[in-house]
Design a protein around this ligand. Structure first.
Ligand SMILES: NC(=O)CC[C@H](N)C(=O)O
Length: 272
């Protein structure tokens, strides 16, 4: 049994992410269990030796802000993980979601983080790059594929020299936006063979998002900002089998299956 560390970045705020992540892990009954660490609320982070598999969640607020304690511990954790994987044969695997993805990009200095002109919220198309077409994380997903996006911040202007030095790759981008002044944001990065992250929410399931959209204040806000037609389209996208449902069923399971396979194989070959 492999014990997944869930690094909870929600800071005590109500969210759908934790339930969705636990739900996906529970599909691997008998193979995976999990333990939750309250990274922002309690500055809790596991010792790198304690787990082989990590999922770091989304969360509210500005990804460049911390309290000088938990955020530094988190950066240190990321550096430790990279270092560990450089020198050990038994690797550690990490999936970074949304807020965690943004923080990792900042820690490694891979791109610019900025506030968007308006919130991105809804079911969006995600576009694989040439490298993304070959990445195991996206196996069995179309191009584009669809995912829930929910954010005020964006990762733009990749520093390609930093990417090269780290061996990192951009594997997905935002849809092309018609206004020239908007840059196309990075939606997923393969940081290393073991570490991968997405700006969108691969854990989201249709139920969680539907419940959210049905809340009167959320509904009114979307209608006021985007119009009734857009609100209707969001609901339609939710029930399509090939959109959120497909991504929820595919992406994190791809990550978990590959990591589990590698962890078990390395355990067998490189016994202490
Ligand atoms: N859903 C998230 O994790 C949001 C990430 C970040 N706080 C933003 O607003 O951009």
């Amino acid at each position: 049994m492999i014990n997944v560390a869930i690094l909870d970045m929600y800071d005590g705020e109500p969210n759908q992410g934790m339930r969705c992540i636990k739900d996906i892990i529970s599909r691997f009954e008998g193979q995976l269990t999990y333990k939750v660490y309250d990274v922002r609320g309690k500055a809790e982070l596991p010792d790198i030796k304690d787990h082989d598999l990590y999922i770091s969640t989304g969360g509210p607020g500005d990804p460049l802000e911390g309290d000088g304690i938990w955020d530094l511990k988190n950066s240190q954790f990321l550096y430790n993980l990279i270092e560990w994987n450089k020198i050990n044969k038994r690797k550690k695997y990490l999936l970074l979601i949304c807020h965690s993805f943004q923080m990792a990009v900042n820690t490694f200095g891979l791109a610019t983080l900025s506030r968007r002109k308006s919130t991105s919220f809804g079911v969006m198309s995600i576009h694989k790059t040439a490298e993304g077409l070959e990445d195991s994380l996206f196996e069995s997903l179309g191009n584009p594929f669809w995912a829930v996006d929910s954010r005020d911040y964006q990762v733009v202007q990749p520093k390609m020299k930093k990417f090269q030095a780290m061996g990192a790759k951009i594997i997905a981008l935002e849809k092309i936006r018609t206004h020239l002044e908007y840059e196309r944001a990075l939606m997923a990065i393969r940081f290393s063979p073991e570490i991968v992250g997405t700006q969108f929410h691969p854990e989201a399931d249709p139920i969680s998002f539907m419940n959210h959209l049905r809340k009167e204040e959320v509904k009114q806000k979307i209608i006021a900002k985007k119009g009734k037609a857009k609100y209707r389209t969001m609901l339609e996208h939710l029930v399509d089998d090939d959109k959120i449902f497909k991504t929820n069923e595919t992406l994190i399971p791809n990550f978990l299956k590959e990591a589990m396979g590698n962890i078990l194989e390395q355990q067998e070959i490189f016994q202490e």
